[in-house]
Design a binder for this molecule. Structure first.
Ligand code: KDG
Length: 311
């Protein structure tokens, strides 16, 4: 009776408070879009599991320890004795500009394969969540992601695909050729406005991309608009919810928080607009605090930040 299974690579993120080229202290954090989503749901009291490969050393131990401390189920995680943890340097270059540098090629997380996912998926989660990062990691990770969405869809498990294009990992053309077919298995597709054409025709505008996706069987297309909130497209039309105004200190992880809020609302049986409201509220918590996920709310904190009326 798992609510959500999510699959991906968790990274060790080393954050600087100034330019990396001059050195200085780095702080160590857990990062990874999928683990961010798992934590967001676990904080709200849902049963969330994260599956992926972690290194068999202190860094892998750190990843597992963080996830367990947040109440995320890690029973399906594999320790890889031969490969290191993926690292990410998050450089705060100026107060407004952050840069990301990955050291993740050949990592334990990138060695994910179909066999890693068989047992976790057979356990029958209520939802499967995946991002467009995982299939970009390696051939075996792409095969695993493809297998997982197909198998889930065939078993009646709704799939949420969050596009999450990472230009450091692949080109837009490569991403489109992998992600557009994956979207055909999804019930929910989450994208920012500039990612929509990665799951549709090249250069498709929002309406054309949405029409393509709905025709292909997607039930809900969520378009993240940052400070402008979000839109949800379904066969019944489009709804918009404004963002919750907060002081933004760190936008990394906001998209993952948004997805976690939407899926939490889905699991709670909320209607579309209330799901969107919870999504933008979690996004607001994420941008109002430092770190990918540290500032996400427990259920009794949800009312600290609440969305306004839907348009
Ligand atoms: O969504 C936030 C992510 O960018 C971060 O946690 C790291 O998963 C990550 C990635 O691959 O960029």
């Amino acid at each position: 009776d798992l609510d959500l299974l999510t699959v991906g690579e968790a990274l060790v993120s080393l954050r600087s408070s100034g330019p990396l080229a001059v050195g200085g202290p780095l702080t160590m954090h857990l990062a990874g879009a999928e683990s961010n989503v798992a934590i967001g749901l676990a904080r709200l009291g849902h049963r969330a599991a994260w599956v992926g490969r972690v290194s068999d050393d202190e860094l892998g131990e750190f990843v597992l320890r963080q996830l367990r401390a947040e109440g995320v189920d890690t029973a399906g995680v594999r320790r890889d004795p031969d490969r290191p943890s993926g690292l990410m340097f998050l450089e705060r270059r100026t107060a407004d500009v952050s840069r990301v540098r990955y050291h993740r090629a050949g990592s334990a997380g990138s060695a994910l394969c179909v066999d890693d996912l068989r047992a976790p998926l057979a356990a029958g989660p209520r939802l499967l969540h995946l991002t467009g990062i995982t299939p970009a990691l390696s051939d075996s990770a792409r095969d695993a992601a493809t297998w997982a969405v197909r198998t889930a869809a065939e078993s009646g498990i709704p799939v949420c695909l969050d596009v999450n294009y990472r230009s450091g990992l692949w080109s837009r053309e490569q991403a489109r050729s992998t992600l557009a077919p994956l979207a055909g298995y999804a019930s929910v597709v989450v994208a920012s406005a500039d990612e929509l054409d990665l799951v549709a025709e090249p250069d498709a505008d929002e309406n054309a991309a949405v029409a393509d996706l709905l025709r292909g069987g997607v039930r809900t297309v969520l378009v993240k608009l940052g400070a402008d909130g979000a839109r949800a497209h379904t066969a019944d039309g489009v709804r918009h919810v404004p963002a919750v105004p907060v002081t933004a200190v760190d936008t990394v992880g906001a998209g993952d928080a948004f997805t976690a809020g939407y899926l939490s609302g889905h699991l709670d049986g909320l209607d579309l607009v209330d799901r969107l409201r919870r999504a933008v509220a979690l996004g607001a918590f994420a941008v109002a605090g430092h770190g990918d996920w540290e500032g996400l709310p427990r259920r009794d904190e949800l009312s600290l930040i609440t969305g306004s009326a839907a348009g």
